[in-house]
Write a protein that binds this ligand. Structure first.
Ligand code: NAD
Length: 242
């Protein structure tokens, strides 16, 4: 409770907030994360199946695994939870909020957050690698192996695969540089380069850092406030002070 109060005070004292979110913020909406027990990694070598190497080698097999891993058919059924709504509520209170998300589920936007940078891309669209035409999720779901209507090429996903560069890197660094407080929510901080943002912010600008994550992470030592709790519970407690 003391750490919740400390974080609430940090939030109140800050105007520019950056949230760095990961799969753990969406588990309470029903979407499994990768690295919790029961997460998607529990079922084998997921990293291989959602890599650029695998897509290039075997795009047909790639789509089969990709759709299974991200439960693509279910995507429209998921709703934002109190974690996503808490971030949106701070924006409504007049804070300048930027969400840097590693998630590809679109739930921050569904919650109403206005400034969301999807660092790992999105599940909502795919594109033709040849003519660059963009297709929506509905189209991607219609065929087992989605192909371009114009040139029959197998589509490429708009999700950043292992081996790809992340999106919006410069914008993300600018947001981190100019914020008063950076809060990580629901990330194991295992995936580079995003997992280096907190450490970089602390070393470069002595940014105030907080993390809410169910389990310990390999980067906890850089944070001023560490809360090992489920996000739903943590934000309920924070709301008592804000
Ligand atoms: P991760 O699976 O590596 O880590 C998730 C962390 O969240 C874990 O440490 C876990 O303890 C914690 N967590 C789980 N539920 C929680 C809860 N209710 N409250 C607090 N903490 C909770 O996820 P990551 O760090 O985001 O990195 C893995 C990659 O996973 C990202 O690249 C992302 O694109 C991809 N991914 C995204 C989704 C999604 O969009 N929802 C789902 C699965 C994987």
């Amino acid at each position: 409770m003391e750490t919740n109060r400390a974080l609430a005070e940090m939030i109140q004292a800050s105007q520019k907030l950056v949230f760095l979110t990961g799969a753990g913020i969406s588990t309470e909406s029903g979407i499994p994360d990768f690295r919790s027990s029961g997460g998607i990694y529990a079922n084998g070598n997921v990293e291989h199946y959602i890599s650029r190497y695998f897509y290039n080698k075997s795009p047909k097999d790639f789509w089969k695994h990709f759709k299974e891993i991200f439960q693509l058919k279910m995507l429209g059924n998921y709703e934002p939870n109190n974690g996503h709504l808490f971030i949106k509520a701070l924006e409504d209170m007049g804070k300048e909020v930027t969400v840097l998300t590693q998630n590809i589920d679109g739930l921050h936007q569904k919650a109403g957050s206005k400034h969301v940078l999807e660092l790992h891309g999105t599940l909502r669209s795919a594109h033709c690698p040849k003519c660059k035409r963009v297709y929506n999720l509905e189209y991607t779901l219609k065929n087992d192996i989605p192909r371009c209507e114009l040139d029959d090429f197998i589509l490429d996903t708009d999700v950043v695969l292992f081996g790809d560069a992340i999106k919006h890197f410069d914008e993300a660094i600018n947001a981190v540089e100019s914020c008063d407080l950076l809060i990580v929510m629901g990330s194991s901080l295992n995936v580079t380069p995003v997992n280096a943002f907190p450490e970089y912010a602390k070393r470069s600008w002595n940014t105030k850092l907080a993390i809410i994550n169910k389990e310990e992470t390999i980067k906890d030592r850089y944070f001023d406030v560490v809360i090992h709790e489920k996000i739903g519970k943590a934000v309920r407690n924070l709301r008592d002070f804000i």
